[in-house]
Design a protein around this ligand. Structure first.
Ligand code: ADP
Ligand code: MG
Length: 274
């Protein structure tokens, strides 16, 4: 952590503030979530709008509701009360089938421990969501190859995830998350299981994706990661939104990128074509 703080000291966000769009891709209104009838609320009366193109970091202590919030946005769970609108759809109203379709089309998600299927090759892990979404094999394969190349994991195409390093596994998970060109990339502690340098690489990748127009919500414990790779940070305390800050001059900067830039910020070579 200390090393990360030191090495990221000079980081800065894209500060292009021109042309920001105001279309909310996520809108939570008065969202409360209780896991049991008489229990405490994991989230209380949360209001949150996220604009297309933003890179939002969600911070807060353990148990403050970060994962709950992400899961509600992903359609993995439903609020106890309030509304969740994502990409124009009231997802708290969708049937289970509707939610499954919504998740396949609109949501890419990555996790601390990658959640890859160990008995599928790297390429088959990436192809799986495309197959589930009914994409033609040829088109899916072309998309997977494009992502393998961009994320620089091409040479591991036929390997099994168990043979890869943590950073490589997270790249595979990112490719899998992006294969269906989701409206939202959601990341729950994506660098939590990685060493400092690898965590930074993944942070740079996420920043590059955002600069290429990908809307991103990043749950992290790491203030450096939030400061360097997000354009806005919200903080949850006991299930309530305690603060909401734009990153310095980067206010709306990532939103402004809006697909115009397709280059990574950190020397990773090329953007992921959408
Ligand atoms: P964070 O991700 O910030 O650590 P969570 O969203 O996982 O926090 O949890 C918020 C609160 O909700 C915690 O008190 C946690 O114990 C509780 N919680 C989370 N998931 C469940 C669940 N599936 N069933 C019951 N309680 C849960
Ligand atoms: Mg969590």
């Amino acid at each position: 952590m200390v090393a990360l703080r030191r090495s990221l000291k000079g980081c800065h966000m894209n500060d292009d503030t021109s042309g920001s769009s105001s279309s909310a891709v996520i809108r939570l209104a008065e969202v409360t979530k209780r896991y049991s009838g008489d229990g405490q609320s994991a989230l209380s009366q949360v209001h949150l709008d996220v604009t297309a193109g933003e890179a939002l970091a969600v911070m807060g202590p353990s148990g403050s509701g970060k994962s709950t919030l992400l899961n509600l946005v992903a359609g993995l769970d439903r609020p106890t009360s309030g509304t969740v609108t994502v990409a124009g759809q009231r997802i708290d109203k969708l049937s289970e089938t509707g939610l499954a379709r919504f998740r396949r089309r609109q949501i890419g998600m990555i996790f601390q421990f990658f959640n890859l299927l160990d008995d599928l090759t790297v390429e088959d892990n990436i192809l799986l969501p495309a197959q589930l979404a009914g994409l033609r094999r040829g088109a899916a394969l072309a998309r997977a190859r494009e992502l393998l190349a961009t994320l620089r994991i091409e040479r591991h195409r036929n390997a099994y995830p168990g043979r890869l390093s943590g950073g490589e596994r997270q790249r595979v998970a990112i490719a899998r998350a992006l294969v269906n060109r989701p409206a939202l990339l959601l990341a729950d502690e994506p660098t939590g299981a990685l060493d400092t340098a690898t965590g930074e690489e993944i942070g740079e990748l996420l920043r590059g994706l955002n600069a290429a127009g990908q809307t991103l919500v990043l749950v992290t414990h790491n203030p450096d990661l939030a400061a360097c790779y997000a354009s806005r940070t919200v903080r949850l305390v006991d299930g309530r939104l305690a603060s909401d800050r734009l990153a310095g001059s980067a206010a709306g900067g990532a939103a402004a990128a809006g697909g115009a830039h397709v280059r990574f910020a950190g020397g990773t070579g090329a953007g992921v074509p959408r």
